[in-house]
Design a protein around this ligand. Structure first.
Ligand code: RUB
Length: 312
């Protein structure tokens, strides 16, 4: 039996009540902590089985943000690798790893804000897409430092997460302009820097983020506008070290329009896309700024992986 609270966390991720890669990762850590706190397992083996079952439930909610699987891995791996530990020890390990993930993740967003703000100049016109805590942390930190900024935000169809960004930025006192996604090229010549977040970053430096990001990057590239990605190191995707592709989530067509109004028409709703590393000037992580070509090194360090080895 899965605890109702855990089911609710999974359902909130699936329905996007909890959304944004960082928040998804922290919600998963919270769910696993609840497992450790409330488990009825009688021994370590039963507890590990329960962790696996809940991890599977969480992993089935949304496929693209690697923060989800990286959070699960961070919280559960230590307990799974320890041999002969008693149940209470394993429960304590999972609870403290969950707390650690949440703390480190929140600190990372703050640190990204500080590091990224150094790359923002007084008077910059910035464009952002969708709603990323990391991208907004950079903008808001630069603004708090006294830099005068103007931010253009794309609506981000179909779920319009751009409206969340617009509200957040304008509440912070930042001059904010909302545009539809298709107006990006019309305004790009007024923009100094584009800043977006990431759901996954591949070993070759490609960034997977909200659908439309790659179009925005192409437009910025054409206009020679700087393109920054702000992302914590747990957004780097270990599977891409061994050639796995990041799955692009396709969501129900009804998020775009009521399909009953258009019988016989196929409606496709991929919600993320891949921006090639060539269009990315830098990636701002909590450990510092890297060029996209350094993604491989970040992944190797993060997962202590050497070529030819199996990933655990
Ligand atoms: C959100 C999205 C965000 C990244 C990064 O997509 O694409 O840019 O998740 O966000 P969705 P953050 O709304 O479909 O989850 O920096 O907050 O982790």
């Amino acid at each position: 039996m899965t605890n109702a609270q855990i089911k609710q966390i999974a359902e909130d991720i699936r329905t996007m009540r909890t959304r944004g890669a960082g928040k998804i990762g922290r919600a998963a850590a919270r769910a696993l902590k609840i497992v450790a706190r409330t488990t009825k397992a009688r021994n370590s083996a039963e507890f590990i089985k329960e962790l696996d079952r809940v991890s599977k439930l969480l992993l089935g909610t949304r496929p693209t943000a690697v923060s989800l699987s990286n959070a699960i891995r961070f919280v559960t791996l230590k307990a799974k690798l320890i041999k002969d530990a008693d149940l209470q020890t394993l429960r304590n390990i999972v609870m403290s790893r969950a707390d650690e993930f949440i703390r480190v993740s929140n600190e990372a967003v703050k640190r990204i804000g500080e590091i990224g703000a150094r790359r923002i100049s007084d008077g910059d016109m910035i464009m952002t897409h969708c709603n990323s805590d990391c991208a907004l942390a950079v903008i808001k930190t630069a603004f708090k430092q006294g830099k005068h900024l103007e931010v253009f935000v794309t609506e981000s169809r179909p779920m319009k997460q751009g409206l969340i960004s617009v509200r957040d930025l304008s509440r912070a006192g930042i001059s904010t302009t909302l545009i539809v996604d298709s107006a990006v090229r019309h305004f790009i010549r007024d923009i100094d820097k584009v800043i977006v977040g990431a759901d996954s970053i591949a070993a070759n430096g490609a960034v997977i983020n909200k659908i439309g990001t790659s179009q925005l990057a192409l437009t910025a590239h054409e206009a020679r506008v700087l393109f920054f990605v702000a992302a914590e190191s747990y957004k780097f995707h270990p599977g891409t070290l061994v050639g796995r592709l990041v799955e692009i989530e396709e969501r129900p067509s009804k998020e775009i329009v009521n399909p009953k109004r258009f019988p016989g028409v196929r409606i496709r709703n991929p919600v993320f896309d891949v921006t090639p590393p060539d269009y990315i000037d830098l990636i701002i992580t909590e450990r510092g700024i890297i060029p996209p070509s350094a993604a491989y090194v970040v992944l190797q360090e993060q997962f202590e992986w050497k070529p030819g080895e199996e990933l655990i």
